[in-house]
Design a binder for this molecule. Structure first.
Ligand code: SME
Length: 161
């Protein structure tokens, strides 16, 4: 398989539609959750500007354990009552945090992070984990980013057996 990522163009919703199409092409025909998470992390990290971390945490039945990602080495285990990732996993609601320093219990894996978007991954009512994006820019993620990345997360979940 060869995959060439195209530069995203147009309005933000148009760019996210292109990113979703790239994600579908990249994951097409594969259901291995590690392989797909690795490729999706790389796609997202290189496609979107102003990110310093993009990747996955998986729920091991008790807590979140780091999976494939791009960025600096990260905390390995996160309890569900800790951090932005824990909040997304516990509530099964996307967490969009404009200023991580104002989020009680935020876990600073990379001190450069200023804002964060965490999308829960749920399949058939079962918590799989979360997709986590960090930015060195305050309020990097708006509602359009949230919708776009929820779509990318849904594409990932659909590939899982
Ligand atoms: N900041 C996250 C921890 C994960 S790292 O940023 C990669 C949190 O508070 O859950």
């Amino acid at each position: 398989m060869s995959f060439t990522s195209q530069t995203l163009t147009g309005s933000k919703p148009e760019q996210y539609a292109q990113l979703a199409a790239q994600a579908r092409a990249l994951l097409s025909g594969e259901s291995d959750r590690i392989a797909n998470a690795a490729n999706l992390s790389a796609l997202v990290y290189h496609a979107l500007p102003d990110l310093n971390w993009a990747g996955f945490y998986f729920h091991d039945g008790t807590e979140l354990v780091v999976g494939p990602f791009q960025g600096l080495p990260a905390c390995v285990r996160i309890a569900l009552d800790k951090g932005v990732c824990g909040a997304a996993a516990r509530t099964r609601q996307t967490q969009r945090v404009e200023d991580v320093e104002a989020f009680p219990g935020h876990i600073a894996c990379d001190s450069a992070s200023r804002s964060e978007l965490v999308v829960p991954l749920v399949k058939n009512d079962r918590l799989i984990g979360v997709l986590d994006l960090d930015s060195p820019r305050l309020a990097r993620f708006d509602e359009e980013d949230q919708r776009g990345l929820e779509e990318v997360a849904a594409i990932y979940v659909e590939t899982l057996a």
